[in-house]
Design a binder for this molecule. Structure first.
Ligand code: GLN
Length: 304
């Protein structure tokens, strides 16, 4: 199949349609981003890669990094991870506190803020230097040493991140945070501030389409079973309370971030990253959702 032609056509039609939604303002630094940016990068395991628009421009990965933090923690401690965080869709917004009390401080899944904060705590407990080691992990996945955090975005979010502070302290009070909450939050904000392009993002996530094996050096990052589970979590929890809608319309494991990125993948075939900063009311990229819906429809590649 000639993916590049299909991508071109859909890109042009989404570009000329409405660009609804809003750039998030709750993280001051993200409010500065040009709302009309739009990039797509497609990477197939048979190396048919193709990019269009602003696909080489860096943007804030935000919650997309949660999948990478999960993958790193899972690769080190395996299924022990599930003692600290559950694997159920939350049906609530990404920063919700509501279920934690009834669930005794065990977040519903690792892809909402509460779950990612617990994963950060785990990484701080098991790694020598979690911030540096996580960055190395991502750089090795990308085969690119220039990837970095944005100190500006991390500081900007920390200055107003009351909700995440509340989540972390609340989970600590329920006994599911081992480290100093400030240290956990500093790492969490750094993690979210990771800057990637659509091109690097599509490539980084290709190991999850490839049974856990990194493409450039064939290193097994996650076992086949663990990879299947991370993909299952993206499928069921990657879009918070819009996860059902993403499965319904797009039909791929994927993950969104409030930086306007969405990454999705078809196991054994491809990974694809889309970036457009305006978000719908669930915090997911408006154009990103539209593009991917058309893409799986026209390529007949929904997993369903
Ligand atoms: N850093 C953001 C937050 O904690 C991440 C949320 C997201 O991308 N959905 O609010």
């Amino acid at each position: 199949m000639k993916y590049s032609k299909i991508i071109d056509t859909i890109y042009q039609s989404v570009l000329s349609a409405d660009n609804l939604g809003k750039v998030p303002t709750y993280i001051p630094e993200l409010a500065q981003v040009n709302p009309d940016k739009f990039g797509v990068y497609f990477y197939s395991l048979n190396k048919q890669s193709y990019g269009i628009g602003d696909c080489d421009e860096k943007f804030s990965a935000q919650s997309i990094s949660k999948v990478l933090a999960l993958s790193l923690a899972y690769s080190i401690i395996g299924d022990q991870l599930w003692r600290r965080v559950d694997v159920e869709p939350s049906g609530t917004s990404f920063n919700s506190l509501i279920q934690l009390e009834a669930d005794n401080g065990i977040p519903r899944n690792p892809l909402i803020n509460s779950g990612a904060i617990v994963v950060c705590d785990i990484l701080l407990s098991i790694l020598e230097d979690a911030q540096a080691d996580f960055l190395t992990f991502v750089r090795e996945l990308a085969n690119d040493d220039s990837i970095n955090y944005s100190i500006l975005v991390a500081e900007s979010e920390k200055s107003v991140g009351y909700r995440n502070f509340a989540l972390c302290y609340y989970i600590k009070s329920l006994g599911n945070i081992e480290n100093d909450p400030i240290e956990v939050l500093n790492f969490y904000f750094k993690l979210c501030s990771l800057e990637l392009t659509c091109k690097s993002m599509a490539y980084i996530f290709s190991f999850l389409a490839n049974d856990g094996i990194r493409m450039h050096d064939r290193v097994q990052i996650l076992t086949e079973t663990c990879t299947k589970r991370v993909n299952a979590l993206m499928q069921t929890c990657g879009f918070y309370d819009e996860s059902g809608e993403f499965a319904f319309k797009v039909g791929l494991p994927g993950k969104s971030g409030v930086g306007g990125g969405i990454v999705a993948l078809l196991p054994n075939q491809y990974s694809i990253a889309v970036w457009s900063p305006k978000l719908n009311n669930k915090g997911n990229s408006y154009r990103g959702m539209k593009f991917l819906e058309e893409f799986t429809a026209q390529t007949h590649t929904s997993i369903f």
